[in-house]
Design a protein around this ligand. Structure first.
Ligand code: PRP
Ligand code: URA
Length: 215
């Protein structure tokens, strides 16, 4: 898997991540969602530089101009719930993309043990398409891997791009072992640890709850 790590280049994206992480700022639910969305836009732009384009002639009021249009069929697939604001950010760049929604949540067997449940899927065929799979948090990697398995009946994508905001090193390694070798991961930042409950440390807390106000 090829990893593209956004914060290794210094940019204004650092401010958006800092606001997501900061306990005094992340309480502002609307700002939290908007920061995820803004990072989705930035990551979509970075990812767009790796796609293929074909020449197209267009007519301006004064003549003809040569431009370039995307030569790949994009499907944006987000993992509910916290994937929704990230989805919106990516969709604002790939504005004619098809869209897939899939749910994944942690079903706790005990305080420290959980399994990932995938229950809802709405998707077009993914056969031969470029799939952008979006979830702001990559903790154990279980959600990405379970979702990848659940999407298999929809066809084999030509390319897979994973988009995430904060990852944990063990989860990134897990995902890397379970996705095809030519998968790209576009991620803002990678923290080193997970705690006993499978939360990213220092991370930001629970992205779904912070986005949608669950206490
Ligand atoms: C969060 C997050 C990811 C998942 C990451 O979802 O949005 O989907 O955890 O953890 P993992 O890499 O260990 O699977 P959560 O299960 O909290 O559901 P939510 O988005 O509905 O809050
Ligand atoms: N889900 C989150 O939202 N945050 C984590 O740190 C782990 C899973």
């Amino acid at each position: 898997m090829e990893i593209h790590h956004l914060l290794e280049q210094h940019s204004i994206a650092s401010k958006f991540i800092a606001e997501l992480r900061d306990i005094n700022i992340q309480k502002d639910q609307m700002r939290f969602r908007r920061n995820i969305e803004r990072l989705g836009e930035i990551l979509a732009f970075e990812l767009s530089k790796s796609l293929t384009y074909k020449e197209k002639s267009i007519t301006t009021p004064l003549g003809k101009a040569i431009t370039y249009e995307l030569n790949e069929q994009i499907v944006i697939c987000s993992i509910l719930r916290a994937g929704l604001p990230l989805h919106n950010g990516i969709l604002s760049y790939f504005d004619t993309a098809e869209n897939t929604f899939i749910s994944a949540y942690r079903h706790h067997i005990s305080e420290k043990e959980f399994e990932i449940k995938v229950e809802y899927l709405a998707s077009p065929s993914l056969e031969g398409k470029t799939v952008i799979l979006a979830d702001p948090m990559l903790a154990t990697g279980g959600s990405f891997v379970n979702v990848f398995e659940a999407l298999k009946p929809m066809g084999t994508p030509a390319k897979i791009h994973l988009v995430s905001i904060i990852g944990a090193r063990p989860g990134v390694d897990f995902v890397s072992r379970h996705f095809p070798r030519d998968t790209h991961l576009w991620i803002a930042t990678i923290d080193e640890d997970l705690n006993d409950l499978g939360y990213i440390v220092p991370g930001l807390g629970d992205a779904g709850d912070l986005s949608y106000g669950t206490k």
